[in-house]
Ligand binder design. Sequence first.
Ligand SMILES: Nc1ncnc2c1ncn2[C@@H]1O[C@H](COP(=O)(O)OP(=O)(O)OP(=O)(O)O)[C@@H](O)[C@H]1O
Length: 274
Amino acid sequence: MPNCKTIAICNQKGGVGKTTTTMNLGIGLANKGKRVLVVDSDPQGDLTTCLGWQRVDEIPVTLATKMHEIIRDNETNPESGILHHNEGVDLIPSNTDLEGLEMYLVTAMSRENILKSYLNMVKSNYDYILIDCRPSLGMLTLNALTAADSVIIPVQAQYLPARAMTQLLRTVSKVKAHTNPNLAIDGILLTLVDNRTNLAKSTVDAIRNNFGSVVKIYKAKIPIAVKAAEVTSKGKSIYAYEPNSKVAQAYADFTKEVLSGGRQKERLRSADAR
Ligand SMILES: Nc1ncnc2c1ncn2[C@@H]1O[C@H](COP(=O)(O)OP(=O)(O)OP(=O)(O)O)[C@@H](O)[C@H]1O
């Protein structure tokens, strides 16, 4: 039985391309023959909507259902409620029920391990599990980081994310110390890159200078493009919606880099010292 790799797509900053990346990396991996589960770990349910399930609040079984069953020690059929997308990925959907679950988690036993316990029940069916995190470093994100083997950090290329990155790297360090010693940072993915502007170029250079020595930065960069924004309402990937676009090419290149599994260059202690 081949190993499953679980990756958290994480950045507490909103609107940096986490959901778009989870969807297009997930389907990119499925296009390469991998068995992929994507997990919507955001009560906004954006990943669920992007993959075509528009009425998220009518979905009867969601990630919140599964995590509740684990917390209450109820018998669960782990595979019930997993949705199947026609481009070859499976989805654990979410909606606002996950908001209530996050509050409930605060008082639960082994509260950081609930998502991990659930994913352990299904991971033998998959080569990759991708978790789309919500834009915060709260209990749901701690669950994602505890369940994950590694983290990919999408970073919007227009802003130098110095403080947010330091905070995120510290959180990863804490998770390593307390709940998941093997957690690795796979790398930073530059998103929403506008190559036409000097600001974007200087920000990309600054991100490389500030973080390139401690975290790998993927060679692929995701350009800012109207098609990429449009695709999130189409229920399909960028490969199906606009296969010849630069964004489709960039996500395909990124998928290849993830498959080649370049090792991270994380040096969390030195990042902390910045
Ligand atoms: N390459 C791109 N070019 C242009 N627009 C994009 C691109 N990638 C994502 N977008 C748009 O930017 C917005 C934010 O993207 P996305 O939802 O993937 O980010 P997020 O980090 O998951 O957001 P949140 O933190 O709110 O969950 C969306 O409206 C999306 O359609």
